[in-house]
Design a protein around this ligand. Structure first.
Ligand SMILES: CCCCCCCCCCCCC[C@H](O)CC(=O)SCCNC(=O)CCNC(=O)[C@H](O)C(C)(C)COP(=O)(O)OP(=O)(O)OC[C@H]1O[C@@H](n2cnc3c(N)ncnc32)[C@H](O)[C@@H]1OP(=O)(O)O
Length: 268
């Protein structure tokens, strides 16, 4: 499967390889900056993956070129644009983030290089951020006279805490992978791109051993409950638990354990 092509070579590719979908942003000359076309193609790719949920157990989101995951929204497209266009593109970026969060399969942002501005915000919409040691993260929008516009003021505080999020957004400074791991932004670090992609595939292989229904239910609750008051979040978990408690996968999982055998779960 490939995402709809843009006028030139596809700047976003979608490839499905068994349990794994790989979404590649391929605009290396602009360090994979997010243009409107790239955002539209990302939206379409995640719609396709969600529609094919049964076969896909995990998604890798990668940036081509070896220098950047995504270096932000496309600054060259901002000149001469007014607030109305800014709002339209901001909402497009939020739509892409919501598609990623609505994808029943976990999404791993595989960062090799810069993840800045809208690039970090795209990674924050994913379930996990894995990174090479040669990566850098930041929200430098204030250096352009902007604020984060793809959810950075919402998701970054949840991940690194309000104080560190404020410091990063107000200063616009970059942090390296070591500091990003310490901050809780990066879940696992790798020496190079090959190790990063292999590690991400290993994670998906582990996830693929589990019930796809339960994994999707868990993701739905984790996304819906994020940032909610405890009482509301607890009710969302109870609803999700009740749903999982009534599934064929739950019956199979419990029975398999008691019969001391490996469960044969549904295909989602
Ligand atoms: C959605 C797009 C449509 C726009 C319509 C209206 C705007 C609405 C926006 C919606 C909301 C946006 C939300 C988001 O929060 C906002 C942002 O993301 S703002 C951008 C944040 N990112 C940055 O500020 C990083 C900018 N880049 C750099 O600082 C440096 O490039 C670098 C990453 C430190 C690397 O430096 P170098 O190694 O020196 O490399 P170069 O600078 O020479 O870059 C190589 C090449 O890539 C081009 N490029 C790099 N980043 C961007 C970018 N973000 N946009 C466009 N182009 C970029 C750079 O210009 C070079 O090109 P060349 O000069 O070789 O043609």
């Amino acid at each position: 499967m490939t995402a709809p092509e843009s006028e030139t070579a596809p700047e976003v590719r979608l490839d499905v390889d068994g349990d794994v979908a790989v979404v590649t942003i391929d605009r290396p000359r602009a360090l994979n900056a997010l243009s409107g076309d790239v955002l539209e193609a990302l939206d379409a790719a995640f719609v396709q993956i969600t529609d094919a949920a049964a076969s896909v157990r995990g998604v890798l989101l990668v940036g081509e070129g070896g220098r950047a995951f995504v270096a932000g929204a496309d600054i060259s497209a901002m000149q001469g644009r007014g607030p109305e266009e800014g709002e339209r593109m901001a909402r497009l970026g939020h739509r892409v983030a919501e598609r990623i969060e609505a994808c029943p399969a976990p999404v791993i942002a595989c960062v090799d290089g810069f993840a800045l501005g809208g690039g970090l915000e795209l990674a924050l919409a994913c379930d996990l951020i894995y990174a090479t040691d040669a990566s850098a993260f930041g929200q430098p929008e204030v250096r352009l006279g902007l604020i984060p516009g793809f959810g950075g003021t919402v998701r970054l505080p949840r991940v690194v805490g309000p104080a560190r999020a404020r410091e990063l957004i107000y200063t616009g400074r970059r942090i390296d992978t070591e500091e990003a791991v310490r901050a809780g932004l990066v879940a696992r670090r790798f020496p190079d791109r090959d190790a990063l992609l292999a590690g991400a595939r290993e994670t998906i292989a582990l996830i693929a051993q589990n019930s796809p229904v339960a994994v999707a239910d868990a993701k739905h609750v984790l996304v819906a409950a994020a940032g909610r008051p405890t009482g509301e979040a607890v009710e969302l978990e109870i609803d999700g638990f009740m749903h999982s408690f009534g599934t064929d996968d739950m019956r199979e999982g419990v029975t398999a354990f008691l019969e001391k055998r490996t469960p044969g779960f549904s295909r989602g």
